[in-house]
Design a protein around this ligand. Sequence first.
Ligand SMILES: [Mg+2]
Length: 348
Amino acid sequence: METKNAERYTAVLIGCAIGDTLGMPVEAWKKEQIRKYAGRITKPIDAVVITDSNGNLVMQDEFGKLKYYNKGLKAGQQTDDTILTMALADSIAEKQGIDLEDIAKKQLREYEIRIQPDGKVLGGFGGTTRDAFKNLQKGISPLKSGVIGGPGNAPAMKMSPLGLYMHATGNYEEGLKAAEAIGRITHLDPRSVASGIVQAHCVYALLKGVSRDDFVGSFVEVCRKREAFPAKEFSLSNEGTLLERLKWIQGNMDAEPEAAFQKLGSSSLVYSSYPFALFMFQKYWDKPIEGLLETVNYGGDCDTTGAMYGALAGAKNGMIFPEEWAKVIDGLKRIKSTAKKISKIGGN
Ligand SMILES: [Mg+2]
């Protein structure tokens, strides 16, 4: 079992990294902008940079703003999604369990080593995460460091290693509680927190071989039980719950991707990008790579939709990713050794 689990766990972490690096070059671009400047993302490529005839960055076009969060990154390099996922995975591997202080310490370290002399931080960390990390830097406990933000999708994007832990140990309930605590290191919005819990559950359920219907039904149920309703003090509380969007998926499993995109969007708001990634994953249940590329090419927070989708695809299918994608992944050796260590937890 150990080798088999190690391979499957590797696929989850590589899937996250692959999805991340596929979206990285065009993070936050609209799908029309991807089409115009990159054609179609079909493999890992360098960050795309558009300059005018004077060599200046084009910051705006007829579709809106053009962002360059990852300027200078090369094909196979990753952003905050994989950076924070691997910090969590390394902590679980090293401690052979869940240690909130250590998780916070390792995640903060990944942030600190990317702070530039001018104060900017490489990696595309979101505002809520940065504010919470500043609290950790002040010595505030990870139980109190989280802030009300966005509400962003960071808990979901970094939570896949928890699913590995739950699968390795069978400690499902403990795992969901840990997912909540880990999400709250940075994010207090109940929708953000719930997204991390749901993603941990999803990875676990897929490793267990759940059917498509049960997969969708189960993530709705987990969200129903674990998401507190966002009170008025939370930003965009009028936009409603994550549960509402997950229930939409359940009622529209076979909808066209464009209809799901129109309904959900793919922005970094947690009730947009996370349900969109889940919708696309279940829609392309038997065509995971096609679905991953389709998801990324919808743009928006596409490194993150890619990372969340990629982790799920690895959990369900193992190493289905094209060899030429996997071999350029930065940090491949670390991913493999970490996955192996996690597979040994619980005496496996
Ligand atoms: Mg990112």
